[in-house]
Design a protein around this ligand. Structure first.
Ligand SMILES: [Mg+2]
Length: 254
């Protein structure tokens, strides 16, 4: 894993300025800092302004674990061309079936986990996020949630997150599927993706030599991403480099 802002990576970013590229971003922990109250997550003014500028010069996508409606409302006027929610499945095919599976899972999990302190089930219609940020015994609570999900009658995919366990219908498309689909729709030669969490590994793990640049927020030896930025604060510097790369291209070609 290399720093995308390091001297060795200058060529990668300037190449993107010259490319038919789709830029795609995760939201929480990437465009917006992680906050204790998930309802109050928002971009810094600087990030918001850079995202607006980027959307004028590149096709841009946001691919989030939040519901489509929830994440859309947090983009604050940036003209993001593609907004995908629920870890890659919304909008998409088969939503009615996923909705039924999740409704059933929610009622079973609510019953199983009813006496667990600090557990909060967020219903995102097509997936669930079971938060345990407020649990006193976090490791034990995570285990109890994982056991309860494993015991569900319909097969569910479980993606761990930061003090949350995401529960997604096993047949649903993931963030990686969504990104490939958008790259094809946009007829882009390459895609750029940045994210910070386990659910973003579905993109990082895609085998797309020369057609995908992946960046993780925070270096990690276990991640499949090719590059990293050190922290969420550094995302602004990266967005600025992407803006500059496109402006340079426009100047030299125009
Ligand atoms: Mg994230």
């Amino acid at each position: 894993m290399k720093s995308i802002l390091g001297r060795d990576s200058v060529g990668v970013l300037s190449q993107l300025g010259w490319s038919r590229v789709l830029l795609a971003f995760d939201f929480d922990g990437t465009l917006a800092p992680i906050v204790a109250e998930r309802g109050s997550a928002r971009m810094r003014p600087r990030t918001r302004s850079l995202l607006r500028t980027l959307c004028r010069s590149y096709p841009c996508a946001v691919i989030s674990g939040r519901s489509h409606e929830d994440v859309s409302a947090r983009l604050e006027g940036a003209a993001v061309k593609y907004v995908v929610g629920n870890h890659g499945l919304e909008p998409g095919a088969g939503l009615a079936g996923f909705e039924r599976e999740i409704l059933r899972a929610k009622s079973l999990l609510s019953a199983t986990l009813a006496d667990r302190q600090g557990v909060d089930i967020e219903d995102k219609r097509y997936s669930l996020a079971i938060h345990f940020r407020k649990a006193r015994h976090k490791a034990l609570t995570r285990e109890a949630i994982e056991r309860a999900v494993a015991a569900l009658p319909a097969p569910m995919r479980l993606i761990p997150g930061k003090l949350v366990v995401n529960v997604i219908p096993a047949k649903a498309p993931n963030k990686g599927d969504a990104l490939l689909q958008l790259r094809a729709t946009e007829q882009a030669d390459t895609a750029f993706y940045i994210g910070d969490d386990a659910t973003d590994e579905d993109v990082f793990e895609l085998d797309q030599p020369g057609r995908l640049v992946t960046v993780r927020v925070g270096a990690s030896r276990s991640s499949a991403a090719a590059y990293f930025v050190r922290s969420q604060l550094e995302v602004d510097a990266l967005l600025e480099q992407l803006v500059n790369a496109r402006e340079k291209h426009a100047r030299l070609s125009g």
